[in-house]
Design a protein around this ligand. Structure first.
Ligand code: SF4
Length: 282
């Protein structure tokens, strides 16, 4: 049995569902998925009391979690091994992006706008993903704000019952669009930052004014009480600023540090004036 003080797992799930006004079933699925991940990494000690399936991780053999929950989370292969269902879907809505970060991992030959999946196709993908057991979708790119139907796509993901995360450079998402996205079911926003100093951040992003727009959109996300993560992309041109970048945080409750190992195309600080701008992607 999992306990927080005297509370049972079920009571904790009830508390969370009430606090963020979400269906209990969704919270139960999300929390259980997190616990399963921790158990698999052996980062969580869980007492198993009612083994129900030899292939299940410890978290799902605890009868207090939710009787029968394990059967919904994975299928059994013929040899008895657990076949886990996918939890997340990364939806790259477009390759288009107004920024030009040198470390971008978009392919050199970008898919043209005409070959992007349309709203209807994405809606079908979300519905099928949810049926497979997917709990959350990350709407990414390129810059998802380049899609004129982004609000409709967001609404489709929300209607499919998915937790929605918008991964954005913040350039291309207007304040009014953010409001519409929020009304359509946006749950979480992730904004990438290139540096803690405006001039350097704009230089790395290859876009004059990008830093100011990131700050402005982050403030609006916080004002709308949408969960915010800041993604700090680190490499040799900004590694000296890592403390300031984490401290900056733009009001986010979570900071994620992404490390670019090679730093290709990015000049170290002393040579920043001549930062080359190869292709982009995130
Ligand atoms: S890394 Fe992201 S923000 Fe930068 S150019 Fe690529 S897609 Fe755009």
């Amino acid at each position: 049995m999992l306990r927080r003080g005297g509370a049972t797992f079920a009571a904790i799930v009830d508390d969370i569902a009430k606090a963020i006004r979400r269906p209990r079933e969704r919270i139960l699925a999300d929390v259980t998925a997190v616990l399963r991940g921790l158990a698999e990494q052996e980062a969580l000690g869980i007492v198993t009391t009612k083994p129900s399936c030899p292939g299940a991780p410890a978290a799902f053999r605890d009868g207090d979690l939710d009787p029968g929950h394990d059967e919904r989370e994975f299928d059994m292969a013929e040899n008895g091994a657990a076949l886990y269902k996918p939890l997340g879907l990364l939806a790259e809505l477009t390759h288009r992006c107004p920024l030009g970060c040198p470390y971008c991992s978009n392919p050199l030959a970008l898919d043209p706008r005409g070959s992007e999946l349309d709203t209807q196709a994405w809606s079908r993908v979300f519905t099928e993903a949810a049926a497979l057991g997917v709990l959350q979708v990350h709407l990414s790119g390129g810059e998802p704000g380049a899609r004129r139907d982004l609000v409709a796509i967001m609404a489709a993901a929300h209607a499919a019952g998915l937790y929605t995360n918008l991964i954005t450079s913040a350039v291309g998402i207007a304040t009014d669009t953010l409001r519409q996205l929020s009304e359509a079911g946006l749950d979480h926003v992730q904004i990438s930052i290139q540096d803690s100093e405006r001039a350097s951040a704009d230089r790395i992003a290859g876009y004059e004014g990008a830093f100011a727009r990131k700050c402005a959109l982050a403030a609006e996300v916080v004002r709308l009480k949408i969960s915010l993560t800041v993604n700090a992309v680190m490499h040799r041109a900004n590694i000296d600023h890592i403390e300031n970048m984490v401290a900056l945080a733009l009001g986010a409750s979570r900071v994620e540090i992404a490390r670019r190992r090679d730093g290709r195309g990015i000049a170290p600080p002393a040579k920043r004036e001549s930062v080359p701008q190869p292709r982009r992607s995130e």
